[in-house]
Design a protein around this ligand. Structure first.
Ligand code: C2G
Length: 156
């Protein structure tokens, strides 16, 4: 029985949602008609050894409100993908190419595509720039304000 809609699925943590995540989801959606995103639960992120800043409830609420996303499901384990593909009649599994080859075993069940990651942005980089921003000491900030005051006087 020919189904008219092509259904695509991807999996991820989507912590501190950023432009790299958005560009990926938009490009995945272009491959089909309906996009399902499996968002890693906090418990599964522990299994993945991934520390997240934003709790699952907020990460999944953000993802399900992304225009190109039609549905979200929880990602609780590495092993659920085949069942998901069967349960949701998935035509294409897609993920960033940092996973290149890792999910080829799904090829018996659906098409598998790896898309290029967006360069120069990652949750890790965001956390690093956030911590360096926050590590500016109070003295440095006060000194900066003093310099601004001096400069303002010079221009008066
Ligand atoms: N991504 C991207 N460009 C970036 C950062 C991330 O395209 N600059 C992609 C990743 O390749 C992944 C998706 O965004 O396809 C989500 O990234 P993460 O939240 O880091 O997800 P990850 O930890 O890779 O989880 O079972 C699969 C795992 O759950 C994937």
């Amino acid at each position: 029985m020919k189904r008219d809609k092509r259904i695509v699925i991807t999996y991820g943590t989507f912590d501190m949602f950023h432009i790299g995540h958005l560009k990926l989801l938009q490009r995945i959606k272009e491959l089909g008609d309906e996009l399902i995103v499996a968002v890693s639960t906090d418990e599964f992120n522990q299994v993945k050894g991934k520390r997240t800043l934003i709790p699952y409830a907020q990460r999944v609420e953000i993802v399900e409100n992304i225009k190109c996303v039609d549905r979200t499901i929880p990602e609780n384990s590495w092993e659920q993908k085949i069942k998901d593909i069967q349960k949701y009649n998935i035509d294409i599994f897609v993920i960033g190419d940092d996973w290149e080859g890792k999910f080829d075993f799904l090829k018996e069940h659906c098409e598998v595509r790896y898309l290029e990651r967006t360069k120069d942005i990652s949750t890790t980089k965001l956390k690093q720039s956030l911590s360096s921003f926050l590590s500016v000491s109070k003295e440095d900030i006060l000194k900066a304000f003093e310099v601004i005051d001096i400069l303002k006087k010079d221009f008066e």
